[in-house]
Write a protein that binds this ligand. Structure first.
Ligand code: HEM
Length: 410
């Protein structure tokens, strides 16, 4: 058994080449057993089998750090947060037994009934956004469609008013930087102030729904949790705070990544138009090939084996989901985007085990609807030549900031 004390290969998830395209780094990372990377103070886990094993073992590997700021915050930023920012640990950063209690309540919000209610909303809003392209020869599909659509979906589900969309999206951008990015000390103060505003908004919204219930997820939670009194208002506000981020940042990126890969694969757009039944497997292959959540975190409760390496108690693990999804031990010819891949669904993009993504069905539904509607409307849709893609600097959430598509032509 080896105990590497430092990395020999040097791994910087903020290097611009890695942010632009992390996939060329992964084969070398997968050749190594898990190793400690001092630059991020984490053990890097790159192979499918090892990532999978960690996810499946919530007893030894706690989720407690999943939402912690990656970059230690300045004293000034921490002082701002200490005054009013108080989300409880719920779901993604909670461990059993709290995790199970909260998830059991939340899962009801993803009921078949609420999904069925949402589907026509998603279709109508997507169609309206597409209509708004007008007669432009090309669009930045992120700005025009993939950015607003998932936000509208999740905010409609939660019950947030449409008018607050821009503000909520701005808060989520700051949250991304604070939790998974490397904000400079000067920026941390502004971000911390924004987070207090975002959290207070969630708290106030729950209090409003407590007195004025409506037909939405928040009112459902208040009702069911109120019946047996097992969720506090603070926990409900924390759930909303969690979902209002997880529900769109991920899906915005996935839709853009999917469109990019599909349109870059020769003949696939025409094939998909001819046979929309291909769409579900294409969505799975996009989740495998170009997932929007490229890494996730765990912390070892006790000294443990990870991929044959002994990590100490308290070791923080950076699980490279994108690398796991390209592990040739799991997926033959992994760099190829193969819409017919037989085991595309065996990816680990939505995690595994007790924390398996609650929104997986909703994410899949939105990507499928977008592909279906665009394929029906734009037979010659293609990626505009000569683009250089830019990505928000962070360790986990990946999708292009802009994706220019030409709507017509040959
Ligand atoms: C492409 C879209 C998405 C991806 C790639 C994704 C990915 C993930 C991953 C990797 C996890 C596992 C975290 C862990 O093990 O701790 C997770 C958990 C979760 N996701 Fe997603 N997600 C997506 C969309 C969504 C959507 C649309 C929602 C909500 C509407 C959502 C809500 C959640 C929640 C609540 C959890 C935590 C569940 C728990 O800890 O029990 N996700 N997601």
């Amino acid at each position: 058994m080896t105990i590497p004390l430092s990395t020999e290969i040097g791994f910087d998830p903020f290097a611009s080449a890695y942010l632009d395209d992390p996939y060329p780094s992964y084969p070398e990372l997968r050749e190594k057993p898990p190793f400690y990377e001092p630059g991020v103070d984490m053990w890097v886990v790159a192979r499918f089998a090892d990532v999978d094993a960690v996810f499946r073992d919530p007893v030894r590997f706690s989720a407690a750090i999943a939402q912690d700021p990656l970059t230690p915050l300045s004293a000034e930023a921490r002082t701002i947060l200490s005054d009013g920012f108080r989300p409880a640990k719920v779901m993604s950063n909670a461990d059993p037994p709290e995790h199970g209690r909260i998830r059991a309540h939340t899962i009801r919000a993803f009921s078949a009934r609420r999904m069925a209610l949402l589907e026509p909303v998603i279709r109508a809003r997507a169609a309206a956004l597409i209509d708004a392209f007008g007669s432009s020869p090309d669009v930045d599909i992120v700005r025009a469609l993939t950015f607003p659509l998932p936000a509208i979906t999740i905010f409609t589900m939660i019950g947030f008013p449409d008018d607050d969309l821009e503000q909520l999206k701005a808060w989520c951008g700051d949250r991304l930087a604070m939790t998974w990015g490397r904000p400079a000390a000067a920026d941390q103060v502004r971000v911390a102030q924004q987070m207090v505003g975002y959290w207070k908004y969630c708290e106030a919204f729950v209090e409003r729904r407590a007195v004025e219930p409506a037909d939405d997820f928040t009112s459902d939670l208040l009702r069911t949790a109120g019946e047996d009194g097992t969720l506090t208002h603070r926990e409900i506000a924390s759930i909303i705070y969690g979902l209002s981020f997880a529900g769109h940042e991920t899906t915005t990126n996935l839709i853009a990544n999917t469109l990019r890969r599909v349109l870059e694969t020769d003949g696939l757009w025409a094939a998909l138009r001819a046979d929309p039944a291909l769409i579900p497997n294409v969505v799975e292959e996009a989740l495998r090939h170009d997932t929007s959540v490229v890494s996730w975190r765990r912390i070892a409760r006790e000294a443990s084996d990870v991929g044959g390496v002994r990590v100490p108690a308290g070791a923080k693990l950076l699980l490279l989901l994108a690398s796991a999804n390209h592990d040739p031990a799991r997926f033959p010819d992994p760099e190829r985007f193969d819409p017919h891949r037989a085991n595309a669904r065996a990816h680990i993009a939505f995690g595994m085990g007790i924390h398996y993504c609650l929104g997986a069905a909703l994410a899949r539904l939105q990507v499928a609807i977008v592909l279906e509607l665009l394929a029906a409307r734009f037979p010659h849709l293609h990626v505009r030549d000569g683009q250089r893609y830019a990505f928000a600097p962070n360790i986990s959430f990946r999708g292009p900031n802009a994706l220019w598509l030409a709507l017509g032509g040959a």
